[in-house]
Design a protein around this ligand. Sequence first.
Ligand SMILES: Nc1nc2c(ncn2[C@@H]2O[C@H](COP(=O)(O)OP(=O)(O)OP(=O)(O)O)[C@@H](O)[C@H]2O)c(=O)[nH]1
Ligand SMILES: [Mg+2]
Length: 337
Amino acid sequence: MPRTPTAEALAEAVLRGERRALARLITRVENRTTDAQDALATLHPHTGHAYVVGVTGAPGTGKSTLVNVLTRALRERGQTVGIIAVDPTSPFSGGAVLGDRIRMGDLVGDRGVFIRSMANRGSLGGLAATTGDVARVLDAAGFDVVVIETVGAGQSEVEIAGTAHTTLVVEAPGLGDDVQAIKAGILEIADVLVVNKADRPGVEHTVRALQAMLSLGHRLRTVGHHGQRMAVEETSAPPEYDFWDVPIVQTVAISGEGIAELVDALERHRAYLRQSGDWHARERARVTAELRARLQETLWERLLEERGAEALSAAVEQVLARELAPQQAVRALLNGR
Ligand SMILES: Nc1nc2c(ncn2[C@@H]2O[C@H](COP(=O)(O)OP(=O)(O)OP(=O)(O)O)[C@@H](O)[C@H]2O)c(=O)[nH]1
Ligand SMILES: [Mg+2]
């Protein structure tokens, strides 16, 4: 391979299973180089096999430690695992890029595991898109499971959850706020709730609070699903696959306790997704959202390019001066007047 191979050549090498090419291609994808886009197109037909698991939660809940032991458990079951740790620096673990490497150190050297830390730079939308692209590269590289760790801090993990088939939301007792997830609306994206640090005091309290939240959410979902309140009282049991009851799994990541149960929960959710048709529904929703976001970005860029930034600021002035309504300004920009 030439010293500076094209992204296309790297993509071919990734498909042949070359690990160094994988790391190099991911760097280009992260930098969003033009030729990385072509490489992604080359890889696309080879994607769609990986099971993508999102792991999110408040800083310091033990996500990285959990991903480490989860990966080991998956390896014992013969699965290969690609890990993407997004923005792992938090005040809790203080520059955890290194920390994560050390903690995940025992996985280094295993060809069935690939770990990549990604800095949270640029816009959140850009981050979600890049994370999705990197996940796709790992998928094409043949990893059975792709794990994406994000720090629960708002919009980003909701967007990144859109990339995952299954989202784990990690809680821990005694973080000050009883159940931090509630505020961030993070519970809504949880397929499996993990109460980690189950060795710590207050774990029962956290579990009870989550149970209460879940039963509330369950009722709301049922109402939403049938479109009327009456339906809550409905007695006819739905077919088994029709409904996913979000399980709460207690773990102690530092000792590995509860990890077998967590792997079981993942496998049950994966089977549920397949049987219910949710797997395809989620992929369709994800692709729809992605095309929409990419179209918006492309059309916006094209408009700026064709009309120039001045035309846009001129339109802003006209709206401010009440010469044009915003609707008229948009029409004028689109029509090139
Ligand atoms: N007691 C106890 N400590 C744990 C457990 N799991 C993780 N920890 C510790 O909690 C601290 C934070 O763990 P991390 O795995 O870095 O947590 P994180 O959620 O990845 O942190 P950020 O990526 O910074 O948000 C570390 O000191 C871990 O050793 C657990 O089950 N019990
Ligand atoms: Mg971490």
